[in-house]
Design a protein around this ligand. Structure first.
Ligand code: NDP
Length: 419
């Protein structure tokens, strides 16, 4: 028996909510709250006769601490699932702390970019200290560790696929396959085709910012930063085939470097087609990826937000997308004195996802782990006061839940390594 408040009702939340409603014995009551209440109402109406979960809806501006606290205090959930945008993470964490409720999200906090010179100066100083220049990093949320611990509350950060399942794969490799891990390569391949010349598979603002930022990886105890898209590799993915992939900065590298301290190198690669990259470069060159507001015919517009309005809604890609995703981790290291390599991954079919939950595989591979993470917390398996990332918890029950609820693992003990 549990009562859960979900904040956000976009592509990922739609999958997570539908999956929660397939387990009404755990998710007894669910409140879907978001900025646009009509989206929550439409989903609730669709699910009403299909689930025993009691669903209510609410309007909330998750940038407002007061509104969040009022909603949490009136609904009294055991868990808040933050599936809005990374900009809201800190406000929602703060509200959970004030209202004494457990918290989880799917992406780490990212401040909204601004042209304020003071903000820019502080940001540049921060980049120098961190060693990488991505706007997002865990330090904002790790600053809450002591407060959550003292309050006896658990905050689970980044429980999607990557971050999320990839870290559970690392914890699993550490627990069962290796005494010592030397290298981790996280490979995120989307072999799907939606038929549009250009579209992003999840929130365009978050996606384009991530991809156009400098890449970086962890090596011998420090960050190595490289120009965006400057390291390219080819890889033959199981059930997808040959793809070009590029080294990106990614948030889980930061927590993995802290939690698996012996690891010598951690890299993250994502596949991109040439058409996507050409469009993105062109949009970047003409200033459409900028977050700086401009005045256009008397109206202030933010170019990347305007671009988001022009691009296909990621939620609309579901019925058009064919093909598969393949996401996983390749490890090298030692077990019982022997050198070994190991690959653990999931293959997910876009069309099968659409048939099941009316969504493509990118939202599916994020929404299912969000539901499984909530399941771990609500059943007490992943309750540990403080602020934690996925690799800090026992991976076994989580991976078993993923196997059962739609994202089964595949393994290879003789994978081809990435040069
Ligand atoms: P969408 O843009 O589709 O949905 C975001 C939702 O949040 C919308 O319903 C939006 O409301 C709501 N929202 C935005 N701002 C506010 C606010 N101030 N108050 C209340 N609600 C708000 O995004 P996605 O579903 O694609 O992504 C959701 C999250 O998942 C993001 O944080 C993303 O970074 C993360 N993600 C994580 C992945 C992983 O593997 N870990 C992979 C992919 C995504 P409205 O409808 O009004 O716009």
């Amino acid at each position: 028996m549990s009562r859960v408040l979900v904040i956000g009702c976009g592509g990922v939340a739609n999958v997570a909510i539908r999956k929660c409603c397939m387990l009404p014995e755990v998710f007894t009551e669910l409140c879907i709250a978001s900025r646009t209440k009509s989206k929550c109402d439409a989903l609730a109406a669709e699910l009403k006769d299909k689930t025993a979960t009691v669903i209510t809806t609410a309007q909330v501006n998750a940038d407002s601490l007061e509104e969040l606290c009022a909603l949490i205090n009136s609904y009294k959930p055991e868990l808040v699932m933050n599936i809005a945008l990374p900009y809201q993470d800190l406000t929602i964490m703060e509200a959970c702390l004030r209202c004494k409720v457990n918290y989880m999200d799917t992406a780490n906090y990212e401040p909204e970019d601004t042209e304020d010179p003071e903000w820019k100066a502080a940001y540049e100083k921060r980049c120098k200290e961190k060693g990488f220049s991505a706007l997002f990093d865990y330090s904002y949320q790790w600053a809450y560790r002591e407060k959550f611990e003292k309050a006896g509350l658990t905050a689970l950060l980044g429980c999607g696929f990557d971050p999320g399942v990839t870290q559970a794969y690392c914890a699993y490799a550490k627990k069962h396959e290796f005494d010592e891990i030397d290298t981790i390569d996280i490979l995120d391949c989307n072999g799907g085709d939606h038929g549009y010349p250009f579209a992003t598979n999840f929130n365009p603002e978050v996606n384009l910012r991530e991809v156009s930022a400098p890449g970086s990886y962890w090596e011998d105890g420090h960050w190595v930063e490289i120009p965006a898209m400057s390291i390219k590799r080819e890889y033959k993915f199981d059930q997808v085939g040959d793809k070009d992939m590029y080294l990106l900065h990614h948030e889980e590298i930061e927590s993995l470097a802290e939690n698996i301290p012996e690891v010598k190198r951690i890299r993250f690669f994502m596949t991109f087609g040439q058409s996507y990259l050409t469009h993105m470069k062109c949009l970047e060159n003409v200033g459409m990826l900028s977050t700086t507001p401009i005045n256009f015919e008397g109206h202030e517009i933010v170019p990347i937000k305007f671009l988001k309005a022009l691009l296909p809604d990621p939620a609309s890609l579901g019925p058009r997308t064919k093909g598969k995703t393949n996401i996983g981790c390749i490890f090298t290291g030692r077990k019982d004195g022997q050198e070994k390599r190991y690959y653990i991954y999931n293959v997910c079919d876009h069309e099968a996802c659409y048939r099941e939950v009316a969504s493509q595989a990118v939202s599916y591979t994020t929404g299912v782990p969000a539901m499984c993470g909530a399941l771990m917390m609500l059943t007490g398996k992943w309750i540990m006061p403080g602020v934690h990332t996925v690799e800090e918890f026992d991976p076994d029950p989580f991976l078993e839940a993923l196997d059962r609820y739609g994202l089964p693992r595949s393994e290879s003990h003789d994978p081809v390594l990435v040069p």
